[in-house]
Ligand binder design. Structure first.
Ligand code: SAH
Length: 454
């Protein structure tokens, strides 16, 4: 007989939270049936109401707390949980770091891998760290608002303090919004696919203080753009470049392909570990500069370069890792998919007077194959892939090249564990504890450095 869920919608009862999911949701169980509950921590006894019931799990919300976890801290506002900006804001920061370490440990355990995980390196001040913001603009009651969408919904919440962004960026977004309002620029309307301004993107150099404003518009049309540019410069004297980006697609992707520079050079520069980097609108740049320096320092130390090595830096972005390693290696090869980022990387080599680095544009998996055919035999391979991790073809090429050491920087522990298994099947071993470096405080995201050696 088909088993029905043991709860029904709107049912209210008391229960205890027994776990915290990877998404930061509290878990309670009724006869083994899990209920996911926002803003609830393990050990807390709560009164709940069931909000949604599906076959294998349901969602509930807290009506009252009977007791509170010692790890609970006061939240800064429900909008940060509702939007997913800060899903862990109710958890004390030291406990967030433990939670992240434990997640990596659990994933390894599930895969039957006996690998140590170090304590996560955290931030002294785990707020207002992001050097980049991409904020949607919508019209509410005839006014332009900037904010965020509720999780899994199109409901828009107006927000001015984003809690985890550089406060100068928060201020800039409000100032740009007000300029656009003044010039009667219409907000984008998703449903009708009408209106003009879709997103405001701002990037700010942590050291350089240079600021880039990108206005993402639905079409190339931006009436009064000269006056708007002048007004933004007047309101924000620290802005060093303004770009209009056109995105005419019906899509969740924020940036379209085309950029038009309205003011300044079209990029900003920032420093990282003493080197200068040019960053263009489409280029990836680590969003937490304070933690990135710690992350890279840990990766370099573990790479153990002596000055004689050939290194491949796959997924090289604007060349931050390649160029920081260049002084300590013989030759570096980088590969990156986004051509604008590769252009930045080549320029960055020049800016920093580095000539033992070559950057290629394309898919890392294809270039690994090319290099392997060309008999390139790197001593050290550095990988820093996006969340989906490495393609099987990438690992195959690596195994042909047999680098002595692989430095794996990962932003997704589940694909990391899968890829570690891929390397281990060919005799690689994890030779140092996996190191989590918290790049994303208040969120559930985890960054790690792993060292594999033959
Ligand atoms: N190492 C850099 C960038 C890491 S982010 C840094 O620390 O700043 C990952 C990068 O991989 C992004 O720049 C993204 O554009 C690029 N990328 C994504 N898929 C790729 C692929 N299949 N081949 C090569 N690069 C890819």
């Amino acid at each position: 007989m088909k088993k029905l869920p043991p709860v029904i919608k709107n049912q209210e009862f008391d229960t205890e939270i027994i776990d915290l999911t990877y998404q930061g949701m509290g878990v309670a169980k009724v006869d083994g049936y899990p209920l996911f509950i926002e803003n609830a921590l393990p050990g807390e006894k709560v009164s709940i109401r069931v909000m949604k019931v599906s076959k294998n799990f349901g969602f509930a919300k807290v009506l009252a707390f009977r007791n509170e976890s010692p790890d609970r801290v006061e939240t800064k506002g429900s909008a940060y949980t509702q939007t997913g900006i800060a899903p862990l804001q109710h958890l004390a920061y030291p406990a967030q770091l433990k939670f992240k370490q434990a997640q990596v440990q659990e994933l390894l355990k599930k895969a039957h891998l006996d690998i140590e995980v170090s304590d996560a390196i955290g931030m002294e001040d785990p707020f207002h760290y992001r050097n980049k913001a991409q904020v949607p603009v919508r019209e509410i009651a005839g006014e332009l608002k900037t904010g965020f969408f509720k999780k899994n919904s199109h409901d828009f919440i107006a927000i001015e303090d984003f809690l985890i962004q550089d406060e100068e960026i928060d201020k800039a977004i409000v100032a740009v919004r007000d300029v656009l309002q003044r010039f009667h620029v219409e907000a984008y309307d998703e449903r009708a696919h009408k209106g003009i301004i879709r997103h405001i993107m701002v990037r700010r150099g942590h050291y350089s203080k240079q600021m880039m404003v990108v206005l993402v518009t639905r079409s190339k049309k931006l009436p009064m753009f000269t006056e708007i540019t002048a007004a933004i410069r007047e309101a924000l004297p620290d802005v060093t470049t303004i770009v209009q980006n056109t995105n005419s697609e019906k899509t969740n992707v924020i940036l379209g392909r085309e950029n038009k520079v309205l003011f300044g050079p079209g990029y900003i520069e920032d420093q990282l570990n003493g080197l200068t980097f040019r960053i263009s609108p489409h280029s990836f740049y680590q969003i937490n500069p304070v933690q990135t320096e710690k992350l890279y320092a840990a990766a370099f130390e573990r790479a153990g370069l002596t000055g004689n090595e050939t290194v491949i830096d796959a997924y090289s972005g604007i060349g931050t890792i390649s160029l920081s390693m260049a002084k300590h290696a013989r030759q570096i090869y980088g590969v990156e998919l986004v051509s604008e980022a590769v252009k930045d990387a080549k320029e960055n080599a020049k800016i920093n007077d580095i000539d033992n680095v070559r950057f290629e544009t394309g898919m890392a998996e294809n270039w690994m194959e090319n290099w392997s055919h060309a008999n390139l035999r790197p001593d050290v391979l550095v990988v820093d892939p996006p969340r989906k991790g490495l393609e099987p073809a990438f690992i195959e090429s690596t195994l042909k090249m047999q680098p002595k050491k692989v430095v794996y920087i990962s932003c997704n522990p589940s694909t990391l564990v899968r890829d570690i298994e891929g390397f281990m099947s060919d005799g690689y071993k994890v030779t140092k504890p996996i190191l989590p470096v918290d790049q994303f405080p208040q969120t559930t995201h985890i960054e790690t450095v792993t060292i594999l050696e033959k």
